[in-house]
Design a protein around this ligand. Structure first.
Ligand SMILES: Cc1ncc(COP(=O)(O)O)c(C=O)c1O
Length: 404
């Protein structure tokens, strides 16, 4: 039937591309090295089931009601205490629970960025953050990362030049200093110190996305940027990687003035009050440190299996940084390799990965690919990397024929 309606013009501020990261392949034996998902067998299912029952039977009348701004106090207190372990001191009114840290990114963007304002990011960066900045109609500029995290020297040069030439300074700089997604790298302590000095000298906000910091494979500790400059760092974290992403609970820690602004955007009152209550019941009797230690040990093993398989099947054809934590290995191929050209072939062989270009604000990054080692089993990692190598070598074989 042909429509009688004229095309409708939806608002400009809708991301132009759908969120990436979940492939549409549903075949049961498909190996999803693309999914940045937590290991489902490590969800604390039994404890959550008891907690959910308590949340309904003992606290249901309150937990199912609208809740004012702060939500259940237990979660805020837990966040406050756990943050101290990482050196973060915050009053309860500096903490806000969000619908995952992705919402934290979006809320921070909305309170700071008007159309045309400048946002600086790392290249590569987290795709949902890039979408949020684009939807805000920000002018996005990116700075490369190396083994020690984002190139703060290049950020400094750009700031010096912008000031000298009367060009705009960013309102916001978005960074994942610890166990970067997708880069897997961690910002060195020297660069952390320099970056916050720059934020102070040039008066911009840093949005620190710390989603993976609990998944620490080495024991090395890095101070969150927030601890170095609480006035101008908005700190984000999440329960997604440490309990389960389906909870959709994360948090923001920031200066009170920032939190007050963010609250103004939270039109429906506190986020996920009932889910917060379930979580509050869980963490009451939960050996959290043991839990994250077990997660870290598991993911570290998975990382090692993947690194080994990559060395075995790709040899010199690929390079990568061995991450100290988190979920990802970021593959770099020779400059002429375009991972977008064989991502479909790999999928048809039964393995998916995320092509490099998805993580860049500008059209670049074609010779990179992100693999995730957290969601699949060791056996799937080995098999998946082998299938990936089959696809890659078939691609470069075709390339060689094409260019001969
Ligand atoms: C850097 C980063 N930030 C945020 C998120 C999303 O977290 P949440 O589930 O809390 O929205 C992810 C998930 O992949 C991530 O990699």
């Amino acid at each position: 039937m042909t429509s009688r309606l004229e095309p409708f013009s939806f608002a400009r501020r809708i991301p132009s591309t759908p969120s990436i990261g979940s492939s549409t392949v549903t075949k049961p034996d498909h190996i999803h090295l693309s999914f940045g998902f937590a290991a489902p067998h490590l969800f604390p299912i039994e404890q959550l089931s008891a907690s959910a029952a308590d949340a309904v039977t003992q606290h249901g009348r309150k937990a199912l009601q609208y809740s004012g701004a702060p939500g259940p106090g237990k979660i805020l207190q837990w966040i406050q205490e756990r943050s101290l372990v990482h050196g973060i001191r915050a009053d309860l009114n500096q903490i806000l629970v969000t619908y995952g840290s992705t919402q934290g990114i979006d809320l921070a963007t909305r309170i700071l960025v008007d159309p045309g304002d400048h946002v600086w990011v790392e290249s590569p960066s987290f795709f949902s953050a890039l979408q949020s900045f684009r939807a805000a109609e920000a002018v996005v500029t990116s700075f490369p990362i190396d083994e020690d995290g984002v190139r703060v020297d290049l950020i400094e040069n750009a700031l010096v030049e912008a000031k000298r030439d009367g060009r705009p300074i960013p309102k916001l700089l978005y960074t994942m200093p610890t166990y970067h997604n997708p880069g897997g790298v961690t910002l060195s302590i020297e660069r952390r110190k320099r970056l916050v000095q720059l934020a102070e000298a040039y008066n911009f906000f840093i949005l620190e996305d710390d989603a993976y910091s609990e998944l620490n494979f080495t024991g090395n500790q890095y101070p969150p940027l927030y601890t170095l400059f609480p006035e101008r760092v908005i700190y984000l974290n999440t329960f997604s990687k440490i309990i389960g992403p389906g909870l959709r609970l994360g948090w923001v820690i920031a200066d009170q003035q920032v939190i007050q602004k963010v609250r103004l955007l939270n039109l429906g009152g506190s986020i996920g009050v009932f889910t917060q209550e379930i979580l509050a019941q869980l963490i009451d009797n939960f050996a959290f440190q043991n839990h994250v230690d077990a997660l870290s040990a598991h993911y570290r093993k998975q990382r090692d299996v993947m690194a080994e398989a990559l060395r075995e099947h790709f040899g010199e054809h690929v390079s990568f940084h061995l991450p100290e934590g988190g979920f990802y290995i970021w593959l770099r191929f020779a400059d002429h390799v375009n991972t977008s050209e064989w991502v479909q072939d790999a999928a048809s062989r039964g393995v998916s990965f995320v092509e490099g270009k998805s993580f860049f604000a500008d059209p670049e990054g074609y010779h990179y690919a992100r693999l995730c080692f957290s969601y699949v089993s060791e056996e799937q990692i080995v098999r998946g990397v082998k299938l990936l190598a089959d696809s890659y070598f078939s691609y470069i074989g075709r390339e060689a024929v094409r260019s001969s």
